[in-house]
Ligand binder design. Sequence first.
Ligand SMILES: O=C(O)[C@H](O)COP(=O)(O)O
Length: 376
Amino acid sequence: MSASRALLSSPHGGASRTFTRAPTRLAAASIPFARCGALRARTAILSSPAATVPVTSSEPKRRISRSVSDSAPLAKPAVLVAEKLGEAGLDVLRQFADVECAYGMSPAELLAKVAQFDALIVRSGTKVTREVLEAGRGRLRVVGRAGVGIDNVDLQAATEAGCLVVNAPTANTVAAAEHGIALLACMARNVSQADAALKAGKWQRAKYVGVSLVGKTLAIMGFGKVGSEVARRAKGLGMHVIAHDPYAPADKARAIGAELVSFEEAIAKADFISLHMPLTPATSKVFNDESFGKMKTGVRIINVARGGVIDEDALVRALDSGKVAQAALDVFTVEPPAKDSKLVLHENVTVTPHLGASTVEAQVGVLATINVPMWM
Ligand SMILES: O=C(O)[C@H](O)COP(=O)(O)O
């Protein structure tokens, strides 16, 4: 498969187009979790808003009719929250569900626990494997992915187990785009390196001369939701923005002032390359020795998408040779990466621990958007 065909659009666009029209706008702030939980006791049919379509194909099977006379209160559903989410969102969830927050569980702990819950809410750090879904069979009805990427959930196994998977395709878009811009600027001006040096008592003004962004060419690889928001912001910084995405409409790019080009042209022309495609078998390690070889010497790379789209050993080689001058990475093939990772420890690499979606606002938004009780 050619590199061009291999690239899909952003996880913040591609995944939702592939699997779902997803619960994008559930009026989360005004009526979060409406139509759910305790309300079931007096609700005839739990139909969902038209815009809400789960990621997995199976419809909620237990959405049964109840007459008003058959209105004995139902027990609240039990929801296991496996990763840290916004407290304000959790408070709302608690009105409709018995919520247990168990952060940092090992895979074995999750396996032992999951069968006691009607729903499981995760971010990207929890692997919802076939084993987990099998362990939950009989009770677990919903997996809420409080974010975009669903590469950590075995969708096939979920479908077979009759378990819905619901994601939040837009609530963290701006957060991820802002983090991409933050990394771009920090990398160009050596902020993390200079900060560490100064804290170690070194005043090194000559060592940390940066490069300017204005007038430079930025290639956005994957022009979905996050990619296009990064493009908008980069235009504001005076950058020349080109983009590659085989599925993005040219008029969408044009409206932002970006030019859609081929994969080869994008990587060959760019001073900075920002990655925004989902991790799929087709995009795995699409940035490798061959593609680094086609880039300008001194190119700088930002990745807030998924670590697996880069061959990390090849990136270390490209950094060592100077082909890639710097990289700013929020995501890694294995998270957390090994403590002695050559990539993480490389002096020309700026790293953050998958913080793209980690803003107060986004973490309330994703929880409200997936609206887990509504699916029970
Ligand atoms: O897929 C996503 O939504 C982002 O990578 C953020 O992941 P997170 O929910 O684990 O922060």
